[in-house]
Design a binder for this molecule. Structure first.
Ligand code: FES
Length: 111
């Protein structure tokens, strides 16, 4: 039973692009189960957070990446890309985070 669950969880990953498509300090948007997800490669790690700001509707792909932080382009809220937590207002709700990995030359995301 546990084996089946582990296998199913593994299958929940969705391939969203080729590893080579995302260079260091770049971002890309993909859609996972109808939700926009922002994938960020930073310091040789991958992060996956909601593609939309938690304050109002603004796409974070238009934001500014600065180290481990991303600034929303609309009202300049700042979030930690590693945790989705807001660091500066006006946003006070965290961004949703997603699991992300690289395997077989692809980037994979799951809820
Ligand atoms: S919409 Fe992002 S800070 Fe307001």
């Amino acid at each position: 039973m546990q084996m089946e669950q582990a296998q199913r969880r593994e299958e929940d990953y969705i391939a969203v692009g080729a590893s080579g498509d995302l260079k260091e300090e770049q971002m890309m948007v993909c859609v996972v189960k109808n939700q926009p997800v922002l994938i960020i490669r930073n310091h040789h790690n991958l992060y996956a957070i909601s593609g939309v700001c938690s304050h109002a509707y603004s796409e974070l792909i238009d934001g500014e990446l600065e180290g481990d932080k991303i600034y929303c382009s609309l009202h300049f809220a700042c979030f930690d890309i590693r945790t989705g937590m807001p660091l500066e207002g006006p946003a006070n709700k965290p961004l949703r985070t997603f699991e992300v990995k690289e395997d077989e030359g692809k980037i994979w995301v799951r809820e």
